[in-house]
Design a protein around this ligand. Structure first.
Ligand code: SRM
Ligand code: SF4
Length: 565
């Protein structure tokens, strides 16, 4: 019997504590054929296994009227550090999406896959198949370290491989060690009572909240390093990674009406050598495990721990854990975030094609048969598939012969290198409706149509090719990282959005609220005169986000705590 006073802790803490290292009653619940759902407590635990229970929100009302339970299904998130997978793995994921999910593959903002619409009766088989293809879903969600992101493009640096291997090593090191996943999903032998299980880093109640890590290689901030709980900025000397600046306490989620919640940019706290990265990652996790808020989940992320203790206070605790002192941070410069499209030849002579995937949704649409094209390409591609942190895809490390075959295949499936506006090519939309249970408004299903209308305005002012970062989410949780966008939208209610302006092109400034709770017509009316002003009065090379700040359309917050929802 524990003498823990549970009244001082959030409910989820007890669920984790009682779960026998993430087992709960998940295995039993899967066998219950009466409902398409799993037990309430298991919904929390299943996240650690990479699974979310959802229901089709488009069918909510109809099902209620018919006195039916909601149309339950599950989201499965596949963890892939650095977003890298083989063509064979792509093919398998494609097959599983057709066989057990809704026929689409979702490329996420954290370089992972999601399958949506998997029914309870197919969960186990789908997860087993994912594991057979040497991918897994453990720790894709839950109060643990999530998919580790890293700079995705081998053509931009010989150092991509080193960065990728570091991301993988961190991911392995921080993966939960419980055997619950293998027992429940892969039918591995049960450890009697689970008493031999042990989580050397996390302990029995894991972290107070989710934890995210990303690595970037300047001048590209393509993983939005300042949005990560823990970021590493590679510092290159003489063509080699000499070490990493350490960035702490980024996070973008907030809740309307709760002022104590806010997006926060990570703070650069120092520098470490490449062989110290794992220790830094582990010890930051340990300090957050010990100090994070376990009473109020809304205030449990690392960013709030840091603001409560003060950055110096947190770093002092970190240094108590580390076997070395961090050195002074080194200088670095970012030129942009987002991805760069088209074919690029890598330093190894191999070719890399970055493809824009709108909303990260891989599917066939009329004559634009992206999913079919990629399926065929996966049968002969001699390199890798790499998911970017911006919901896009890189067909990586292709030989010259494969490059021509890829071009041919894309063309016959209607995936033509088309003229995409600078706005669309820098767009991100979170999933939102119809699967996300937290969405107040559309995002993925609506942003493309809004961009169509904004493009008309941009064309009018000769701005069609100008790159601008635009991001939309269906709620303030921040899954599409909208608070870093030059033009950000956060859903308030169906058809209504808050409009934020003034993030910058390098992803290192929070934006600020410009208009609250507005409709599409109001959005277009609000942006039209600013586009006109920008076209007429911008400085040379001045990005849109910098322009709106210089012209006082908004005053961006100096720190997260000042962010107004
Ligand atoms: Fe997220 C919750 C989708 C990246 C902040 N996120 C959710 C859930 C699971 C809704 C839920 O809890 O029921 C969404 C599932 C929707 C669906 O139907 O698929 C969801 N998040 C996503 C994805 C798929 C968005 C996308 O369109 O790509 C991204 C999956 C990433 C991955 O592969 O792991 C995704 N989520 C993010 C990011 C961006 C990032 O990590 O770079 C953020 C902001 C950064 C951060 O964490 O601060 C983010 N998601 C959240 C939050 C707010 C956390 C907070 O601190 O307040 C929630 C809600 C929560 O945790 O309670 C959330
Ligand atoms: Fe859902 Fe909100 Fe995340 Fe969008 S931002 S996927 S609406 S939780």
């Amino acid at each position: 019997m524990s003498n823990i006073d549970w009244s001082t802790l959030s409910e989820v803490e007890k669920i984790k504590y009682d779960s026998n290292y993430l087992r709960g009653s998940i295995a039993e619940g899967l066998k219950d054929e009466v409902t398409g759902a799993i037990a309430l407590n298991d919904r929390q635990l299943s996240k650690f296994h990479g699974i979310y229970q959802q229901h089709d929100r488009d069918l909510e009302r109809e099902r209620k009227q018919q006195l039916l339970e909601p149309a339950y299904s599950f989201l499965i998130r596949v963890r892939m550090p650095g977003g890298l997978l083989t063509p064979a793995q792509w093919l398998r994921m494609d097959e599983l999406s057709e066989q057990y999910a809704n026929g689409t593959l979702k490329l996420t903002t954290r370089q992972a896959f999601q399958l949506h619409g998997v029914l309870k009766r197919n969960l186990k088989t789908t997860i087993q198949e994912i594991n057979h293809s040497l991918l897994d879903t453990i720790a894709a969600c839950g109060d643990v370290n999530r998919n580790v992101m890293c700079h995705p493009n081998p053509s931009e640096s010989v150092l991509h491989q080193q960065l990728y291997e570091t991301a993988r090593a961190i991911s392995e090191h921080l993966a939960p060690k419980t055997s619950a996943y293998h027992e429940i999903w892969l039918d591995k032998k049960l450890i009697a009572g689970g008493e031999k299980d042990f989580e050397p880093i996390y302990g029995r109640t894991y972290l107070p909240r989710k934890f995210k890590i990303g690595l970037v290689l300047p001048p590209y901030n393509d993983c939005d390093v300042f949005s990560q709980d823990l970021g590493f900025i590679a510092i290159v000397d003489d063509g080699k990674i000499a070490g990493y600046n350490v960035v702490l306490g980024g996070g973008l989620g907030s809740t309307f009406g709760i002022r104590e919640t806010y997006p926060r940019l990570g703070t650069v706290i120092g520098y470490c050598a490449p062989d110290q990265v794992i220790e830094v990652a582990e010890k930051v996790v340990v300090v957050q495990r010990n100090e994070g808020n376990r009473k109020d989940r809304k205030l449990a992320r690392l960013k709030y721990t840091i603001d409560r203790l003060g950055i110096e206070g947190f770093v002092a605790l970190l240094h108590e854990q580390l076997s070395f002192q961090l050195q002074a941070a080194r200088s670095f410069q970012f030129l942009r975030n987002g991805d760069r499209y088209g074919w690029r030849k890598g330093p190894d002579g191999l070719w890399n094609l970055t493809l824009f995937v709108e909303g990260g949704r891989v599917k066939d649409r009329d004559n634009f048969r992206l999913k079919s094209a990629l399926r065929e390409i996966a049968t002969f591609h001699d390199g890798h598939f790499i998911l970017t942190g911006n919901q896009n895809l890189i067909l990586a490390n292709a030989s010259p012969a494969t490059k021509s075959k890829i071009n041919h295949l894309l063309l016959i499936h209607g995936v033509k290198p088309q003229e995409i506006s600078g706005l669309r090519s820098n767009s991100i939309a979170c999933v939102a409706l119809n699967t996300c249970g937290l969405a107040f408004a559309e995002a993925e299903r609506y942003l493309p149509a809004l961009i169509d209308k904004l493009e008309v305005l941009l064309n009018e002012y000769g701005l069609f090719k100008d790159e601008m970062v635009i991001r939309m989410t269906g709620c303030p949780n921040g899954c599409g990282r909208p608070s870093l966008a030059e033009i950000g939208f956060i859903g308030k209610s169906p058809g209504h959005y808050n409009l934020y302006l003034g993030g910058n092109f390098t992803g290192s400034r929070l934006n600020a609220l410009y208009r609250e709770n507005i409709t599409e017509t109001e959005i277009l009316d609000a942006l039209k005169p600013i586009f006109a002003d920008y076209a007429a009065n911008r400085g040379k090379g001045e990005h849109f986000g910098d322009f709106v700040v210089r012209k006082n359309y908004v005053k961006t917050p100096d720190e997260g705590r000042e962010f107004v929802h």
